[in-house]
Write a protein that binds this ligand. Structure first.
Ligand code: PLP
Length: 216
């Protein structure tokens, strides 16, 4: 199964970069995958999954969470404020905090719920108009604001532009994390997760290389 191959590639990339074995978390991005493929990876023992839509995740994960112990769900797609409560109930970690309004909504709901998922601030490192994420020049201010609201910000996340060399984006993200004292770096997908690990990724988000091409 592909899972063994991806795990081996992560382990090799950790070793090549003199990183601690097991220091990189594999988020298996299961969006739009046929259920039997996800089930196979669950049965192989993997527990950390990523979804990019709250609605899709809410439709399919509660049953699997009841069947398999210890499932850990990460939201890697954009979050609308009207879905924030549902997202906070479903996900252990949200990778897409990208604006002050969402930070204020999460802070208010955290008071209500008495807990809050771990958060990554998504940075639009390529400053692409159509893409979610705070602009690099506004990232420090958003991180400061989220911390002032007592939100548990643990890192930063990026999705490099499709046609760009991802390396400069990974480095820019690492720099933003470092100057804000954030240890978490959510970067690297199917085509570039090893390069991301070389640049310090702590969380890689791998979909198609693990499950196969998605239905679209
Ligand atoms: C779909 C998705 C991934 C996984 O992409 P692959 O190229 O299939 O590995 C990673 N991160 C985000 C935010 C995604 O939406």
């Amino acid at each position: 199964m592909q899972l063994d191959d991806i795990r081996a590639r992560i382990a090799r990339a950790e070793a090549d970069a003199a990183r601690t074995p097991g220091s990189v978390t594999l988020i298996a991005v299961s969006k739009l995958q046929p259920p039997e493929r996800v089930r196979a990876v669950l049965e192989a023992g993997h527990r950390t999954y990523g979804e990019n839509r709250v609605q899709e995740a809410a439709g399919k994960w509660p049953d699997w969470c009841a069947e398999f112990d210890g499932v850990d769900l990460h939201l890697v797609g954009p979050l609308q404020t009207n879905k924030a409560r549902q997202a906070m109930e479903l996900f252990s970690t949200i990778h897409t905090l990208d604006r002050p309004k969402l930070a204020r909504t999460l802070a208010r709901l955290a008071q209500d719920l008495g807990r809050c998922p771990d958060l990554f601030v998504q940075v639009n490192t390529g400053a692409e108009p159509q893409k979610a994420g705070v602009l690099p020049e506004d990232a420090d201010a958003l991180i400061t604001e989220a911390r002032a609201l007592d939100l548990p910000v643990i890192g930063v996340m990026c999705i490099p532009p499709v046609d760009a060399d991802p390396l400069t984006h990974f480095r820019d993200l690492r720099e933003i994390g470092a100057r804000n004292g954030l240890a978490g770096l959510s970067m690297g997908m199917s085509d570039d997760f090893e390069a991301a690990i070389a640049e310090g990724a702590t969380h890689v988000r791998v979909g198609s290389a693990l499950f196969g091409a998605r239905d679209t």
